[in-house]
Each structure stands twice: as C-alpha cells, then as structure tokens.
Design a protein around this ligand. Structure first.
Ligand SMILES: CC(C)(COP(=O)(O)OP(=O)(O)OC[C@H]1O[C@@H](n2cnc3c(N)ncnc32)[C@H](O)[C@@H]1OP(=O)(O)O)[C@@H](O)C(=O)NCCC(=O)NCCS
Length: 171
C-alpha cells in the first residue's frame, strides 16, 4: 500500500470524509453536521470553540480522520469527537497515528484530560491500547493525553505525518 500521509482538515473536507463510514458504522456524522462542527457553528454538549480535525490520505483518497474539541464535559479539558479508518486500512497503525496528532493538538492547547464516547464497543480495545481508561458507561478518558505522545517522533513540516508501508501481513 502507498504511504499514508496526514494533514489538518478544513470545513470543505467534511463533505468527503463524512461519506467514508458505511451505514451503521460509528465514528462520524452527516456531512452538514461535520462541516458545521468544523466551522464552529455546531457545538456538542459543553464544547468550547477550539477544535481540530486531521485526515489520513492515501494518494488523493481520504482513508481516515479524527476530530476533537476543547470541552468542560465530565470535568475534562478535551473530547475526541470522531475517529474513523476505512476497513481496508485498519490494523496498520492509522488510528493510533490519528490519535497521536489530536493528542499533540490537545497538549498544545493546554488540554490534558480528554474524554471519548465509545460509540461502538468494538472500538474499546483500540482506545485501551491508546492509553484510555473507563470513565462511565459508554465513555472512556485519558487522564493525561500527553502520555500518548511519549516516545513519538514529532511530525514533520507543516502538520504532515506519515505511516510507512506496514508490509505484508499487517495491512
Ligand atoms: C477504531 C478504529 C478507528 C481503529 O483504527 P485502526 O487504524 O484500525 O487502529 P490501529 O491500527 O492504530 O490499532 C492500534 C491498536 O489498537 C488495537 N485495536 C485496534 N482495533 C482493534 C480491534 N478491532 N480489536 C482489538 N484491538 C484493536 C490493537 O492493539 C492495535 O494494535 P495492533 O494492530 O498492533 O494489534 C477503526 O477500527 C474504525 O474506524 N472503526 C470504525 C469506526 C469506529 O468505531 N470509530 C470509533 C467510534 S467510538
């Protein structure tokens, strides 16, 4: 598979990425709501204005994304709003890389305690692996999301990162 690159999203990206989840899958919202969220016009409960989204691109095609915002929900500083990776690119580190990019943004914005609504129980092992712990039914929390970054190299240049070809057996 080609290298996957990551870039910061703009509201105009919402129309494309919102079409990635298949019917019934968690991790997104209708295009209009995603665009309004990114534009700062739609606010999840107790959300504060600062928010950010990253897209994973394979060539010209989006293959995943993550978004989050600052919040006061559950005495947290931040909330992971959506994360999604297309089925063909799962289990190759894309989700973990996306969490790392958002974690870095949270830390840069003074947010350490970060919650996430586990919209699909199948995602719980992923969040556990990324260092989150149970908070309450359907919710998990990073007490210090900065720990996600421990041991990570900084992303290069202008907000781009890269996941190398994972090789046979891991894609
Ligand atoms: C959850 C999701 C984003 C994970 O993305 P991903 O790119 O596959 O995750 P990664 O490859 O970075 O996984 C990192 C680690 O998390 C764990 N993990 C990820 N998915 C897992 C699964 N389905 N079952 C068990 N462990 C899992 C593994 O330990 C994995 O490392 P490994 O592959 O070396 O064993 C992806 O499965 C997805 O988009 N699911 C549908 C949408 C969704 O549920 N979003 C979350 C809503 S709450």
């Amino acid at each position: 598979m080609a290298a996957i690159r990551f870039r910061r999203a703009v509201p105009a990206d919402a129309a494309r990425v919102a079409l990635l989840p298949r019917e019934g899958e968690a991790g997104g919202d209708p295009p209009e709501r995603m665009a309004r969220y990114l534009a700062g016009e739609h606010h999840p409960q107790q959300a504060l204005p600062p928010r950010a989204m990253w897209i994973a691109m394979e060539g010209a095609e989006p293959v995943g994304y993550v978004a989050g915002h600052l919040t006061r929900r559950f005495a947290c500083d931040g909330e992971l709003q959506w994360i999604y990776v297309v089925p063909s690119r799962r289990r190759s580190g894309v989700g973990r890389e996306l969490v790392g990019l958002l974690a870095r943004w949270f830390v840069e914005n003074g947010a350490r305690r970060v919650c996430v609504n586990v919209g699909d129980e199948a995602a719980r092992p992923f969040y556990l692996q990324c260092g989150a712990a149970d908070l309450r039914p359907h919710w998990m929390v990073w007490d210090d999301v900065g720990r996600v970054l421990e041991g990570e190299a900084p992303v290069d240049g202008e907000g781009w990162g890269r996941v190398d070809d994972p090789g046979p057996g891991r894609a």
